[in-house]
Design a protein around this ligand. Structure first.
Ligand SMILES: *[C@@H]1O[C@H](CO)[C@@H](O)[C@H](O)[C@H]1NC(C)=O
Length: 267
């Protein structure tokens, strides 16, 4: 018995010695770990541990921030997971509560391309997803919001407060065709348009969930939540989304306009 224990002990000691030798041979600038980092930041950098620092606080030999806060969500909105700085987005995205380690194995690099593969690791995933989403910039001069780096699946900021729980319970949200009223749209689904639910659809956030709004989204008094057909004449502002400003005229299930597609609550 004693012999076996002694042999086991010797084996362990031998391995430790080997490990030490290996460490010694490895080409390390010092004992510090190496980091990947966001590289391109002009003033700030996030490393793959989720630490954000000024460029001057970066250890160029290791790629790691020497000081700085880890998992810094101070520039991000917890509701829509959008941040005003790219590096802050990467740092916050790496925070354990957002589970980037698992998402990296489930989310495709390119959402519409199955063969694009998964992100692979949390840092690659966060770097990728925080890059400005095309939907928040397409054809727009200004971003939807200054928080335009998002690590949500939605990939864009929300402008309005989240809907109250159950606000759209039992409601089928449907999109109309040009010149169709919501009454017609819902009737085609053997349902009724619910005027009282229209107000929950009357926001750029809801519009962007159902239309591309490539040209942007504005609150303009008139029709209610709708999208202007992309082939409409220029003066009608093709590919724009329009919501009605708060306090404007009552929203109606009977509203329509030639080149507008309405957003409709059918019950
Ligand atoms: C829109 O619909 C109404 C009622 O169905 C119809 O009278 C009108 O001609 C339509 N307008 C266009 C431009 O299609």
């Amino acid at each position: 018995m004693g012999v076996i224990v002694l042999l086991a002990l010797l084996a362990v000691l031998g391995q430790l010695a080997n490990a030490e030798r290996r460490l010694f041979i490895r080409d390390l600038p010092d004992k510090a770990q190496r980091c990947r980092n966001t590289v391109q930041g002009l003033h700030i950098i996030a490393d793959d541990r989720g630490v954000v620092c000024k460029r001057s606080e970066l250890n160029y030999a290791t790629g790691c921030c020497t000081i700085g806060q880890q998992h810094d969500c101070s520039l991000c909105n917890a509701n829509d997971r959008c941040c005003s700085e790219y590096e802050a987005c990467v740092s916050c995205c790496l925070s354990p509560q957002y589970d980037a380690v698992n998402l990296a194995k489930q989310v495709l690099r390119s959402p519409r391309h199955k063969d694009s593969g998964f992100w692979g690791d949390a840092f690659e995933y966060c770097k990728g997803i925080c890059r400005t989403h095309s939907r928040s910039t397409a054809h727009e001069n200004a971003y939807i919001s200054p928080r335009h780096h998002c690590f949500s699946q939605l990939g864009r900021p929300m402008l309005s407060d989240p809907l109250p729980p159950g606000a759209l319970e039992g409601v089928e949200v449907a999109t109309g065709d040009n010149n169709e009223t919501c009454d017609t749209v819902c009737a085609a689904r053997r349902k009724l348009c619910s005027a009282e639910h229209l107000r929950w659809l009357n926001s750029c956030d809801r519009l962007r969930e159902h239309f591309d709004c490539e040209a942007g989204c504005e609150a303009v008094s008139g029709l209610g939540p709708s999208y202007v057909d992309a082939s409409a004449p220029k003066p009608e502002r093709p590919a724009m989304c329009f919501a009605q400003p708060a306090g404007a005229a009552q929203l109606s299930c009977g509203a329509r306009e030639a080149n507008h597609k309405m957003l409709c609550p059918c019950v």
